[in-house]
Design a protein around this ligand. Structure first.
Ligand code: ATP
Length: 371
């Protein structure tokens, strides 16, 4: 039996899903009330540290596990009664698991034969997917005659051959070396664009998530922390976890002092005042946390003019990073910030240890965090 699936805007809808694993006396809550909609044709990434529940969510969508509570819809249909092979879904794992004794052609054809397709159709599809992954010349090779990257391309081809509507990818690039992993990112993204298939990609690598995804769901401890475009997630993190997990961030604890229209005034523990643009409703006197990316702080010499918040600081430490220099600066009374300054043509860092400097920070550079 195969399921008839009608097209709706959401490929996958996860509704209030809880997953509890029983281990001896212990209960492990791998997913804690997760709700999420993944659109048709999108490249969606589940991003989070090890153990946060990414793979569990993928396995629930694939049908290898079932939810303890809540439900999952595929293209508007409930799927709990469908076995994995009846779902319009296929999975690519970290280890490509090609059949070692079969050549590339037969590896791809195998699944199609199991589905009862005839030889003419199988031949057409195998050639089509081999061409998609740019491996047409390798049909007769055995897996051991291919590089790691080529084997992973065959694994993608094999997963695409039955024309799934959703492709689940569980850290498929992590077994490859860094250079190859970076090259495969754009290949995978174009594969998704060319096929129009919804990709759900699992990774703990923030760079991978930021470069490939239409949208990212950031997870921690079984909970979805934020869903948004790469730009949203990087520029407008909702909470401390997201701000800290993706990129580098300075956190500043402050008290809300006054408001001047859209612009709020906050006071740091050392008495320094900051002005920033509001993005959350908070009342006067409340304790707040602000996130500030190191590259959004401009370092200036004492005689330079400043257009945003002006803070005086002293250079404590500096690290040369090639494209830029990372400075640790001291604002006094236990407040320190990291600042990233792009290196000039000469490559020399502009400031030395102990220098007094000005920090110029635009009011819109701060993010007011929810928690
Ligand atoms: P990783 O990046 O390391 O693969 P993950 O984010 O994919 O991690 P999951 O594999 O989904 O995390 O695991 C989430 C939690 O559920 C972990 O605490 C894990 O130990 C637990 N877990 C997963 N599968 C089982 C199982 N079959 N039995 C018991 N506990 C499990």
């Amino acid at each position: 039996m195969t399921a008839t699936i009608s097209a709706t805007r959401e490929a996958v809808k996860v509704q209030s899903v809880v997953k509890i694993f029983q281990q001896q006396e212990n209960q492990i809550k791998a997913l804690d009330d997760v709700s999420l909609e993944i659109r048709d044709n999108e490249f969606f990434t589940l991003l989070g540290p090890s153990g946060c529940g990414k793979t569990t969510l993928l396995r629930l969508i694939a049908g290898f596990e079932s939810p303890s509570q809540g439900e999952i819809l595929l293209f508007g249909q409930r799927i709990e009664q469908l076995a994995p092979f009846q779902r319009p879904v296929n999975t690519v794992f970290q280890h490509y698991a090609l059949f070692p004794h079969m050549n590339v052609y037969d590896n791809i054809a195998f699944g199609l034969k199991m589905l009862g397709k005839d030889a003419t159709e199988i031949d057409k599809v195998v050639k089509e997917v081999l061409s998609l992954v740019k491996m047409s010349d390798y049909a007769k090779r055995k897996p051991y005659q291919l590089s790691g990257g080529q084997q992973q391309r065959i694994a993608f081809a094999r997963a695409l051959a039955p024309h799934p509507k959703v492709l689940l990818l569980d850290e498929p690039l992590s077994a490859l070396d860094l250079k190859l992993r970076q090259a495969m990112r754009s290949e995978l993204k174009s594969l998704q664009r060319e096929t129009g298939i919804t990709f759900i990609f699992v990774t703990h690598d923030q760079e991978e998530a930021l470069t490939m995804s239409d949208r990212i769901g950031v997870m921690s401890e079984g909970k979805l922390q934020q869903v948004g475009s790469p730009l949203d997630i990087y520029e407008r993190p909702l909470n401390r976890f997201v701000a800290d997990f993706i990129g580098k961030t300075n956190f500043l604890e402050a008290r809300l002092e006054a408001s001047h229209g859209e612009v709020l005034e906050a006071v740091l523990a050392n008495g320094l005042k900051l002005h920033f643009k509001q993005s959350l409703a908070k009342s006067k006197g409340e304790r707040i946390s602000l996130a500030l990316r190191p590259e959004k702080i401009q370092l200036k010499a004492l005689n330079e003019s400043v257009s945003g918040n002006l803070l005086k600081a002293r250079i404590l430490d500096r690290t040369y990073l090639g494209t830029d220099t990372s400075y640790q600066v001291d604002l006094g009374q236990g407040i320190f910030l990291e600042v990233r300054d792009q290196n000039a043509l000469s490559g020399n860092a502009r400031f030395a240890l102990g220098d007094e400097v000005l920090l110029d920070i635009a009011p819109q550079a701060f993010r007011l965090l929810q928690d």
